[in-house]
Structures are given as structure tokens and as C-alpha cells.
Write a protein that binds this ligand. Structure first.
Ligand code: SAM
Length: 250
């Protein structure tokens, strides 16, 4: 057997061994891998997401200017719900004072959020709910002055359900703020690349979709008005370049 053949055989055998060991571990300790995965992804988000936000800083400034439109009689300030909050990259734009509640499936994010909130005076965390945008049963109808969601609508399982829940929990006149990476224009080569890569991308990334036409869903969700802008995110990766930010008012 040549050296190359021996090397190939070893790689193959070690590969089988690694897959079998991982499978066995998953069967014996099903909770362990899940919790490890959650811890790892919360940590990764805390290291990566602020860089994504830094690349959209001008658009975020323009988006969150619309907080000026929100008025409240409550001296504690508006109550804002952030969906899929991750480690918390938006609260520095919130009015002061304000109250913040969150819904996020990964409870490991809470410690990063609390850490970030400690550095921002005037924004008080009211409630951190472990859950999904599609099913916000912990929150009553007409509760929030604003809902904020950034880089999360690409991942939700049902965009229609999530938007219907967002509308339900907003007070009449309340505003939904969003910023997302979305589908590139139809028939562009960027869109073709997104469509092809999206065959495997969601499976590799906990459900992130590259080619969602998110603006269409927002327009169809029954808000009284919607306002959005397409922009180019300063990423090298072409699949993430098409950006969208905007507001929708209940
Ligand atoms: C790419 S991260 C963005 C985090 C944060 N919004 C930001 O902009 O830095 C996506 C977040 O959405 C959360 N998420 C995934 N599916 C969700 C769902 N169905 N409902 C609410 N949040 C979800 C993930 O756990 C993760 O924290």
C-alpha cells in the first residue's frame, strides 16, 4: 500500500470513528450537545454580531431616528420589545429612559445582554422570555410602544406568524423597526448565488435563509403603513450584501 493510500485509509477510518462517537454521545447525552451548541452560538454572536452592526451604523442611525415619533405618557419611557435580541446590539439607540423586554430562544444570550446593558444607563430590562417570535404567548395584545428586530427574520420558521404576533403585541400606533439581510434583486447573479447556496445554508446555520423577500411579507402583514429602504451591507460575502431596513406602524 502506498503512503497516499495509507493516509486516505486512516482519514476514512478516523472519520467513521468521529461520526460514530458523535452519534453515540448524542444518543447517550442528548441534552449536553444542545446546551453546548447554545453556549457556543451565544458566545460566537457576542464576538461577531457587533461587527455586522458596525457595518450598518449609518443605516441604523437613520432607522432609529424614528424613535422620535413614539410618544408615551409613562415617565419610565416607552416599553420596547426586542425579538431575537442575541447579545444586545440595539439598545444604545433606544430613547432614555426606556424599558426593554426580549424574546429569544437561546437563554445563554441573557448574560451577554445583561453585561452590555450595564454599560448603558437609562434602558431597563423588564423581562427576558425564552421563546420564539412566532408564538409570543407571554405577551398580551397591545403591550408595546415599539418592537425591534434585527438580523433575525431570516431565521424565523414562519415569517407570516412572526409578523402577525408583532402586530398583535404592538399598541395601536406602535412602531415595528427592522433591519435584515434579504434576497438580492430577482435575476441578478447575486440572487442566483443566494438561491443555490440556500439549499444547504439553513442546515449549516441554525435556519438562516439567504434569499427571503422580507419586505413583501412586511407589506402584506396588515400594518397601517410601511416604509423601507434597500441598502448594500458592507460585507465581502455577496450573499449577505443585500440589506433592508424600515418601519411598519400598527
Ligand atoms: C443573527 S442573530 C441576531 C441577534 C441580534 N438581533 C443582533 O442583531 O445582533 C439571530 C438571533 O435570532 C434568534 N432567533 C432564531 N430564531 C428565532 C425565532 N424564531 N424567534 C426569535 N428569535 C429567534 C437567535 O437565537 C439569535 O439570537
Amino acid at each position: 500500500m502506498s503512503a497516499a493510500d495509507t493516509w486516505l485509509r486512516d482519514v476514512f477510518l478516523y472519520g467513521i470513528f468521529a461520526v460514530a462517537a458523535l452519534y453515540g454521545y448524542k444518543r447517550i447525552f442528548p441534552g449536553h450537545l444542545r446546551s453546548l451548541n447554545k453556549r457556543l452560538s451565544a458566545w460566537l454572536m457576542s464576538k461577531v454580531m457587533w461587527r455586522v452592526h458596525a457595518r450598518c451604523s449609518e443605516e441604523k442611525r437613520l432607522l432609529f431616528r424614528d424613535f422620535d415619533k413614539i410618544t408615551t405618557q409613562d415617565e419610565r419611557g416607552p416599553h420596547i420589545l426586542e425579538i431575537g435580541v442575541g447579545p444586545g446590539n440595539n439598545h444604545t439607540h433606544f430613547p432614555r429612559p426606556s424599558r426593554m423586554s426580549c424574546i429569544e430562544p437561546n437563554s445563554e444570550c441573557k448574560k451577554y445582554l445583561e453585561q452590555n446593558l450595564r454599560e448603558t444607563r437609562g434602558v431597563k430590562l423588564v423581562q427576558f422570555v425564552r421563546g420564539f417570535a412566532e408564538d409570543m404567548l407571554d405577551f398580551e395584545d397591545n403591550t408595546f410602544d415599539a418592537v425591534v428586530c434585527t438580523f433575525t427574520l431570516c431565521t424565523v420558521r414562519s415569517l407570516e406568524r412572526a409578523l402577525s404576533e408583532i402586530k398583535r403585541v404592538l399598541k395601536p400606533g406602535g412602531v415595528f423597526f427592522f433591519m435584515e439581510h434579504v434576497a438580492a434583486p430577482t435575476s441578478s447573479w447575486q440572487r442566483r448565488a443566494q438561491d443555490r447556496l440556500n439549499v444547504i445554508w439553513p442546515a449549516m446555520t441554525d435556519g438562516c435563509n439567504l434569499n427571503r423577500e422580507t419586505w413583501r411579507f412586511v407589506q402584506d402583514a396588515g400594518f397601517s403603513s410601511t416604509n423601507f429602504t434597500h441598502f448594500s451591507i458592507k460585507f465581502r460575502l455577496i450573499s449577505f450584501k443585500a440589506g433592508l431596513y424600515g418601519t411598519a406602524q400598527k
